[in-house]
Structures are given as C-alpha cells and as structure tokens.
Design a protein around this ligand. Structure first.
Ligand SMILES: Nc1ncnc2c1ncn2[C@@H]1O[C@H](COP(=O)(O)OP(=O)(O)OP(=O)(O)O)[C@@H](O)[C@H]1O
Ligand SMILES: [Mg+2]
Length: 335
C-alpha cells in the first residue's frame, strides 16, 4: 500500500463576482444565485502516489497549484472533489479543523515556502522547535524537551548557542534549519518541502539540499519536494511530477524525465536550465490560458505549445503510459 495516494483531486477558489456589492445590496430583495460565480481552478483532477521512503519532486511554474496541492495534502484547505489516502485512510474525509487533533497530523509535516513567515516572530529558535514537541507529542518534562531540542539542533547543524535567538536575529539558512528541525521533531513519515530553498542564495541552497539528502537517509522518510527548478529536483528525487495549470502533464522516474522528456512543457522546462554549451533552448511564447473556469475540452497548455493543432482545442489529452511508469498527457506522444 502506498504511503500517500492522491485520487483525482480538484480545488476551485470561488472568484468574487465583479457585481458582488450590487448582489449583496440586492440580496434582501432577490434570492442570491451562487451557481454562476466564476471560479479559479487551482487543481483540476490531480492523481499520484508516494511510496514509503520514496522522494518525489513536484515541479511547475509559479501559480500552477503546487502550494495549493501541499495545503490540500496536509489538510490546511478543503478540496472540492477527490480523495487523499494516508496509509489507506481517507484523510480528505476529515475536516481541516479536526485534522490537527488526529494522530495523522504527526505523520505529515511541511516546511513552507517562506522560512521567515512560517516562524512565530515572538518565539526563540528553542520555542519554535519545542512547539510541535509539546503540542503534538505532548512532551512536558523540561529536561526531556531540552535534550530533544539539542539533539534536533545537532541533526540540522544549527548551533546550540543560537537557540535563544528570535527569528529576526537569524540568517535565512539558519531559519531554514529551524523549520526543518521543527518538521522532523515529530518523526513524520512524509515530509513535504515547499520550495524550502527558494529564498536562499545558491551556496546556502546547496548546503540545505545536502542536509535534506542526509536526513532522508537517517530518518527513512518520504519526501514531496516542491520546486520550480527541475535541476534541483532531479538530484534529490526518485520520481518527478510535472504540473501545468493545475494538471499533471508528465510523471516518471527522475532520470527518464530529465533525459527523455516527452511533454512539450517538460521539454521547455529542461531546456531553460542554464548550461554553458546549450544551443537548443525552447522559448515559450503565445497566450497563457486563463485558470478561471477553463474549457474542459481544451488542453491547458495549447496556447503556448509549439506542437498545438486543432485537436488540442477540442479534446483535452489524458495521462497515458508511454513506457514503464512514464506517463504523459499530450496527443502527440506515442508509446
Ligand atoms: N487562498 C486563495 N484564494 C484564491 N486563489 C488562490 C488562493 N491560493 C492560491 N490561489 C490561486 O491558485 C493558483 C495556484 O496557486 P499556488 O499558490 O498553489 O501556486 P504555486 O504553484 O504554489 O506558485 P508559486 O510557485 O509562485 O509558489 C493561483 O492562480 C493562485 O492565484
Ligand atoms: Mg507555492
């Protein structure tokens, strides 16, 4: 049984109608009609699995729904359709409010995109790490707490002498380490990393990535590593999922996807990785289609796709297997 199984999840954010204030003012006179509200389709039927000890990378450009997917998995937001199974238990049936009080919470931990925003500015580094230990593991004994926090600080190579500092007194790399220490404090089975290094400079990024590789080996966790950098994901992950505007367009093992990308979007992503002797860069131009009530029959990438033809405007391509465990959603990729 997979550790995590995502089945066809949809997340729509309802848009405020431009005439909302007029509707509100008339609501006492006319019955409000909720059905014709436009909505932004952040996730349009996403499915995948993560096995025990597997490291899965999730890539896609800004706004394609990566963080929405992360929030849905750790039950910080509700979904409109679909199911999320953790060790065979349907956690999407548990409301976000109740999820925090269940035993599943300790099994999924997240390191969020902005390491500064995700730390309480009034908590010292010590208190930030103590928080999940007290609230999830219910450790109350002072010595036990102190020992555990020192041990976690050592694991993420955070100097013990800095544990009394507030977040604004720490560097970006040190804040990233505190966030990782907090997340691994409760021994999760799945660690979700939502662009954990995006705010760091390249040299610190490399150090944090090495730390993540080391921790996964030591703690036998599974990773969902979110990034828009395919190069980073390739080094850290066994499998890669490529998303475009709320849909999975390609998935496969990291090597296959990197060296034999099949979807035109993955191809463009890979060609955008800087390299000295690169000559065949794919430049995507054309229209980005709107995520607001997109036509279900039109391929969401067709406006920018170099291969787009009429068929892409009348039939949305489905994910199909083109070689072992390599799935692509494009009409022009054959097995
Ligand atoms: N709370 C919200 N209310 C309304 N729309 C939202 C909300 N959160 C996200 N969205 C929209 O959902 C879409 C996906 O956003 P999301 O944050 O998941 O993107 P992302 O892939 O994580 O982008 P980035 O790489 O920039 O972090 C975007 O169009 C965004 O505007
Ligand atoms: Mg994001």
């Amino acid at each position: 049984m997979p550790l995590l199984e995502i089945k066809n999840i949809h997340k729509r954010y309802r848009m405020k109608n431009q005439n909302q204030s007029l509707i509100n003012s008339l609501s006492g006179i006319f019955k409000k009609n909720h059905s014709n509200h436009p909505s932004l389709h952040a996730l349009g039927g996403v499915s995948f699995e993560i096995q025990e000890n597997e490291s899965v990378g999730l890539v896609g450009e800004s706004g394609c729904g990566k963080s929405t997917l992360v929030k849905a998995i750790c039950r910080l937001t509700d979904i409109n359709e679909g199911e999320i199974f953790l060790n065979g238990v349907d956690i999407s049936a548990i409301t976000p409010n109740k999820f925090g009080h269940t035993s599943h919470r300790s099994q999924i931990q997240v390191v969020f995109q902005d390491s500064h925003e995700s730390l309480n500015p009034r908590y010292t580094a010590f208190q930030c790490i103590a928080d999940p230990l007290k609230n999830i593991l219910h450790i109350r004994d002072k010595t036990q707490l102190e020992n555990k926090i020192n041990e976690l600080a050592d694991m993420v190579s955070f100097p013990r002498e800095l544990l009394h500092r507030l977040p604004h007194q720490l560097s970006g790399g040190q804040k990233a380490r505190i966030n990782i220490a907090r997340a691994i404090a409760v021994s999760p089975r799945l660690l979700i990393l939502d662009e954990p290094t995006s705010a760091l400079d390249v040299s610190i990024q490399a150090v944090i990535l090495k730390l993540l590789v080391k921790l996964r080996k030591e703690l036998n966790m599974s990773y969902l590593f979110v990034s828009h950098d395919l190069n980073v994901v390739r080094m850290l992950c066994d499998k890669i999922i490529v998303m475009y505007m709320g849909k999975v367009v390609e998935t496969g093992d990291a090597k296959t996807l990197y060296y034999k990308p099949a979807h035109p979007y993955t191809n463009a992503l890979i060609s955008s990785i800087p390299s000295i002797n690169k000559t065949n860069r794919v430049i995507l131009d054309g229209e980005i289609s709107s995520p607001i009530d997109p036509d279900p029959n039109v391929c969401r990438f067709s406006g920018r796709c170099p291969k787009s033809v009429n068929q892409c405007q009348i039939e949305q391509p489905l994910l199909h297997e083109i070689s072992s465990q390599h799935f692509v959603a494009c009409h022009f990729v054959d097995p």
